[in-house]
Ligand binder design. Structure first.
Ligand SMILES: [Zn+2]
Length: 460
């Protein structure tokens, strides 16, 4: 125990040296009113000195820009000279970072093993919790490592199967992907919540969904990037492969990574991705160049050939949207996804259920219709290359007030509303005939399985 405490203290000690301070950094909201305004902001973004939290710049879009104390006066007066209003929305970014690292005192969270949902956890804690689940639910949960990251970390997840060894050929499967963008902390937190619900919920619809499928759930697909947001730079997005580094000026570190969600080999680099390593949306030198990308591709390809994969859902933040593939498609192009109408319908109903829980408003559509056109993302690749019929990308809370720095007291309500939307997704997917399953005794099996877990917890 003393060793553990010492290790934790040592971790804090080491990281406090390297962790980039965002003291008095501010976030500004800018809404361009003309194409001229858009061009001014585009040039500013290309200059590479500002971290744009919003990737896509268009007339009337709500654009959030991170501004350092040194830049602030110049930034404001520069925009003013073009009659562009900049409204400060976050006064001190470091304050929100600090708040995010403290467990919420106000949230009542359930616990499962060593884990609760009133705080964010780092990579080692998430991985050790997944191991713990395998111990607690030996007949249901097994951990799986689908590959190594560039820096050699495990890309780890869990397979949840309540009918292990009893499924026959081509079992129904679903895959959930989180943490591909490092700074979007609510994404891994959401996936751990879903895992907990699948294992412990007594709600009949959650039980049905949990047990009809073999679930493959990966909270942190980009482990190097996620770790980096705890040790070095909270605002890091990409992986940590420096192979394509070029000089990036004052913000030189930005060149040491690839945006994994632009790296997939489906319509790669056709739109909404960058060929410049200094950009946050750098797509990599060639399609699927990255180890993390390849790990997903290999695993999903295998699921596609050996199972009946119904779902693939990727979780990001922020914007409160359910994105339907394909991300480049607008107008009639949306029909390039053959069951677009069904996916859209299912997502609309899911968004309605989501809103019913805490009043959180989500928008549904292709990325190009409601956010911005994108290519090379993982969920587009899955939809384009595999047979999985129901594929989405969730942009989780919020719409900009906290952005990537969502306070820990929102983890539980976010988890609750997302779970409700996923249950509704499953009900309507089944109603539309995408799969059939007759499983009896779902409630009984979860009671028995959790009784066993309790006994294991008690006696170790
Ligand atoms: Zn993202």
């Amino acid at each position: 125990m003393i060793g553990k405490v010492a290790l934790v203290l040592f971790g804090i000690f080491v990281s406090s040296f390297a962790y980039k301070s965002y003291e008095n950094y501010k976030v500004y909201k800018v809404i361009p009113k003309s194409e001229v305004h858009v061009q001014i902001l585009t040039d500013l973004q290309k200059g590479g000195n500002y971290d744009f939290w919003t990737d896509f710049l268009a007339v009337n879009n709500d654009i959030r820009i991170l501004v350092s104390p040194d830049q602030e006066a110049e930034f404001v007066s520069y925009l003013k000279s073009f009659n562009l209003d900049a409204e400060m929305t976050i006064r001190n970014v470091q304050e929100l970072i600090d708040a995010q690292l403290k467990p919420s005192a106000s949230t009542k969270s359930s616990r499962l093993g060593s884990y609760s949902w009133n705080q964010y956890y780092n990579l080692a804690q998430i991985h050790s919790w997944l191991d713990e689940l395998q111990q607690l639910y030996p007949n249901v949960v097994r951990t799986v490592v689908i590959g190594k990251s560039f820096e050699g970390r495990d890309i780890k997840g869990v397979v949840i199967d309540f009918k292990a060894g009893n499924r026959g050929e081509r079992p129904l499967t679903g895959m959930l992907e989180g943490g591909i963008h490092a700074r979007e902390w609510i994404s891994p937190a959401t996936l751990t919540w879903i895992i907990k619900e699948f294992l412990t919920s007594r709600d009949p619809d959650v039980r049905f969904m949990a047990e009809a499928f073999v679930w493959h759930i990966f909270p942190v697909i980009n482990p190097d990037g996620y770790e980096y947001t705890f040790t070095d730079n909270r605002m890091w997005r990409k992986n940590r492969n420096p192979a394509n580094h070029v000089s990036c000026g004052t913000n030189n570190d930005i060149g040491n990574g690839i945006d994994l969600n632009r790296n997939f080999g489906f319509l790669w680099m056709t739109i909404g991705a960058s060929s410049n390593p200094c950009d946050n949306t750098y797509a990599g030198p060639i399609p699927s160049s990255e180890l993390e990308t390849q790990a997903i591709i290999n695993y999903v390809t295998q699921l596609n050939t050996t199972t009946n994969m119904i779902y693939y859902v990727a979780f990001h933040s922020y914007s409160q949207m359910i994105l339907v593939p394909f991300s480049h498609a607008t107008g009639n192009q949306v029909l390039q996804a053959d069951n677009y109408a069904d996916m859209y319908e299912i997502a609309i109903r899911s968004a309605d259920k989501l809103e019913a829980v805490h009043g959180t408003d989500y928008i549904v559509g292709t990325s190009a219709e409601i956010l911005y056109a994108v290519s090379g993302s993982s969920f587009d690749w899955v939809k384009g290359v595999t047979n999985a019929p129901v594929v989405y990308l969730f942009e989780l809370r919020d719409v900009g007030r906290y952005g990537f720095l969502l306070p820990p007291d929102q983890i539980v309500p976010n988890g609750e509303e997302i779970m409700a939307s996923l249950v509704e997704m499953d009900i309507n997917t089944r109603a539309l005939g995408y799969y059939s399953y007759s499983g009896a005794g779902a409630i009984k099996s979860v009671l028995i399985v959790n009784l066993i877990a309790l006994i294991i917890l008690f006696f170790r």
